[in-house]
Design a protein around this ligand. Structure first.
Ligand SMILES: Cc1ncc(COP(=O)(O)O)c(C=O)c1O
Length: 493
């Protein structure tokens, strides 16, 4: 081990937030401060039965020893500095409201009202909230669509180059890397193109928090030149749900503006359970990330290999780059089940209700599974066995392959009005069938994965209505709209 590795591991073994909480808990001061349960003494019995009391002893407010999330100078500052070092950033912010608040802050920090930002059309809905709050105007790029898998990926360098030529006044570019299904575009070239324009590249890396820690995973976005990345530490690493991080490097984005933006949108009572879980998750990855991911990748490879031999299944792979998509996160397992004659939603139900397996994301033709450090070899065996049962029950070489419609996300029509103006505009509900040609007042997403199908301010087209009708009929759920049955849509008056 080199001296610098030794120094790194030595500093990374520390957990300032965990240590401060441990000290405070042992002091047993009499509490006359929030939260009202006073370290678990006043919790309802039902909660104690479910969770025990221990976790509540660390549910403390911003006491002097615990620093302040919005003006960090003590243990939060130290913990964030350690995270920056571990994840290869210059500055890191701990987030207690998921990547959602990081993505909103990234837009608020780079765009003034009326400024243009380039985004892929299949961006997560949190970016639309960012547009509404900031007043930025989206220039949407249609993502590359893979008809074989019926999957939308992300934007290509060529498409970005072209839209930048047509919009030289754009202030930032945001991309999703990796996609929900683990596909990673040519981020290095995308960063170069963006930087040549003198503007920052913001990366929704919600599903890529583990990339930094293993050479067999796709490269992390910061190492490829991204200026800002937002990671859901809770999705693939060991932090608690909602605990996430925003990382920054370089000089294209003002760190003060990130801090101000986060202060606008996060709670003034951040949960120390979440913050401590970020501190511990960072330490775990810095010290043991390589070994943990060795095992995770091995499990994922075993699942990929064995499932691909089961009749009726195929596994999303990327042996060679295609259309500027270079890497696949192999720990994200996408299983195509169309040859079983069932939809992904039907398979999901059977897996969950009858076979004891719960997937991350069912779609029409396939289901995605997250394989992470929390999985065991037994889990992988059960997953393979469950799919074997499904194949035995439903696959027949003679049965026709399900002929589901292909569902590329409808292209974005020109929006006459920005998401922010739409949010504050007068609206009314009209019958779904009479909404054609009107301007949508709603953000409508199919969930999961929370990708907007209709944006606030967009003209409602035939294609969008057809898409919504089809996905509803096929069993997806739709969120974000005022009438979730979609009998009526909210439109501008
Ligand atoms: C691509 C993508 N970005 C952002 C988010 C929001 O992340 P969080 O749940 O941490 O707020 C999600 C959540 O599913 C996502 O899939």
């Amino acid at each position: 081990m080199t001296l610098s590795q030794h120094t790194f591991l030595n500093s990374q073994s520390k957990m300032p937030l965990i240590e401060a909480l441990r000290t405070l808990i042992s002091q047993k001061n009499v509490a006359f401060h929030a939260p009202g349960h006073k370290q678990g003494h006043g919790i309802p019995q039902s909660l104690e039965k479910l969770l025990g009391k221990t976790v509540f002893t660390a549910d403390l407010p911003e006491l002097p020893e615990l620093d302040n999330l919005f003006a960090p100078s003590g243990v939060i500052k130290k913990a964030q500095e350690l995270a920056a070092e571990a994840f290869g950033a210059e500055n890191t912010w701990f987030l207690v409201n998921g990547s959602t608040c990081g993505i909103i802050a990234a837009i608020l920090a780079t765009c003034n009202p009326g400024d243009k930002i380039i985004l892929p059309r299949n961006i997560h809905q949190s970016a639309i909230t960012g547009l509404i709050i900031s007043g930025a105007v989206p220039v949407f790029l249609n993502p590359y669509y893979d008809p074989l898998w019926d999957l939308s990926y992300s934007i290509t360098p060529n498409a970005l180059k072209q839209v930048l030529e047509e919009n030289s006044d754009v202030k930032a570019v945001m991309i999703v890397y990796p996609t929900y299904h683990g596909i990673c575009g040519d981020i290095k070239v995308i960063a170069d193109i963006t930087h040549r324009q003198g503007i920052p590249l913001l990366v929704d890396e919600a599903h890529g928090g583990h990339f930094t820690f293993h050479q067999d995973l796709p490269p992390c976005a910061l190492s490829m030149g991204a200026d800002l990345t937002v990671q859901s530490t809770h999705k693939v690493l060991g932090a608690m749900t909602q605990a996430s991080m925003l990382h920054l490097q370089g000089t294209r984005i003002d760190p003060q503006r990130i801090s101000r933006a986060l202060q606008l949108i996060e709670s003034t009572s951040p949960s120390y359970l979440l913050l401590a879980s970020l501190d511990a998750a960072r330490q775990q990855m810095a010290l043991y990330g390589k070994e943990l991911l060795d095992k995770t990748i091995e499990f994922a490879n075993k699942a990929r290999q064995q499932l691909s031999h089961i009749q009726g299944l195929s596994i999303l792979d990327l042996k060679e780059p295609f259309c500027s998509f270079y890497y696949l996160d192999t720990t994200r397992l996408t299983v195509n089940i169309t040859a079983l004659g069932l939809s992904g939603f039907e398979v999901d139900k059977i897996l969950h209700q009858q076979l004891g397996i719960t997937a991350e994301l069912p779609m029409l033709r396939h289901l995605a599974f997250i394989i992470s450090m929390g999985n065991t070899t037994d889990d992988i065996t059960k997953l393979i066995a469950a799919f074997q049962i499904l194949s035995n029950s439903y696959f027949s070489p003679h049965s026709p392959i399900s002929s589901f419609p292909h569902l590329p996300i409808p292209p974005s029509p020109h929006s006459p009005i920005s998401p922010r103006e739409t949010f504050f505009a007068a609206t009314k509900m009209v019958d779904f069938n009479y909404s054609l040609g009107r301007i949508s007042g709603d953000l409508i997403c199919t969930y999961p994965p929370g990708i907007p199908i209709l944006m606030p301010g967009e003209k409602i087209t035939d294609q969008t209505l057809e898409y919504l009708k089809t996905v509803l009929a096929l069993g997806a759920s739709v969120t974000g709209c005022s009438d979730s049955s979609l009998q009526k849509l909210k439109v501008l008056v």
